[in-house]
Design a protein around this ligand. Structure first.
Ligand SMILES: Nc1nc2c(ncn2[C@@H]2O[C@H](COP(=O)(O)OP(=O)(O)O)[C@@H](O)[C@H]2O)c(=O)[nH]1
Ligand SMILES: [Mg+2]
Length: 252
């Protein structure tokens, strides 16, 4: 993949001796990137990495002005393709803990430390920042149809996959290095369903998933997925959960 990489370095902070890299898969994030980055605790994050998916705006310029490590896709690969670059680069940087947060200021970056510590505790391999646990998603502006779809999909996924998660659809996640190094990320979709394939893969591989409550904000720049793309995503999620269900049956 053709990438243009600019580098800047930070002091080493570490959580329990583990290097923490915060990754931001960016697409048209010029209006929200700075606000998001400003709230990342710098005493926790050893590096902040922005991957720009060939945005048509000034996302790259803003990232560089902020002095962030920035990778630029020459061609738009999609949300999953963007995250593949994020995780590959984070592992190359020697990350032991990787926290992914959308640069659209939808989730609170102030919880990066809490999530990194949950991984560093050794109790969890994956931590999800749940908008549902706080019960304020709709008050935070989440469209009601998205909230209902989230709840119905989550219920179905929990039943099919034998899990008890509050949601599978958050854009705020932390991973330990072994998760990212062992999941077959390259085989997953370049589209939004990548997120779900990762969770299914992590569950299938026996990784432990923890959750933390996270306030959410919805405003014009924080949400661009329209109804049609949401439906495509929902169908992909159901397919993923069904395949996992069949795999469970075969292996039990
Ligand atoms: N790489 C890439 N990212 C995208 C694309 N469309 C949306 N995104 C990103 O995907 C994330 C989730 O999309 P968003 O519209 O915020 O979804 P919502 O907040 O759940 O309604 C955001 O960080 C967007 O920047 C795309 O075509 N390519
Ligand atoms: Mg968003």
């Amino acid at each position: 993949m053709a990438c243009d990489t600019r580098v800047s370095s930070y002091n080493t902070h570490m959580v329990n001796g583990k290097k923490v890299v915060v990754v931001m898969p960016a697409y048209h994030a010029e209006k929200t990137l700075e606000r998001t980055v400003a709230e990342v605790p710098r005493d926790i994050a050893d590096e902040i990495l922005v991957v720009d998916d060939a945005s048509g705006d000034n996302t790259v310029e803003v990232a560089r002005q902020l002095g962030l490590r920035t990778i630029v896709h020459k061609k738009n690969l999609g949300y999953g393709g963007n995250q593949k670059t994020c995780y590959h680069a984070a592992l190359e940087l020697g990350a032991e803990i990787v926290v992914m947060v959308h640069p659209d200021y939808q989730y609170s970056p102030r919880l990066v430390g809490a999530m990194a510590h949950m991984i560093a505790s050794g109790h969890y391999d994956v931590v999800l920042g749940s908008r549902i646990l706080t019960q304020n998603a709709v008050a935070g502006g989440m469209p009601r149809y998205k909230y209902i779809a989230n709840r119905l999909l989550t219920l179905t996924q929990n039943l099919l996959m034998g899990q008890k998660l509050s949601e599978y659809h958050t854009g705020y996640r932390a991973f330990s290095r072994p998760v990212l190094a062992s999941l077959p990320l390259a085989k997953y979709s370049n589209d939004f369903v990548f997120d779900n394939q990762m969770i299914c893969g992590a569950i299938g591989a026996g990784f432990r998933i923890g959750e933390i409550s996270c306030p959410t904000r919805y405003f014009a720049e924080a949400s661009s997925i329209n109804f049609r793309r949401s439906v495509t995503y929902g169908l992909g999620v159901l397919r993923c959960a069904w395949q996992h269900n069949q795999w469970r049956r075969r292996s039990s």
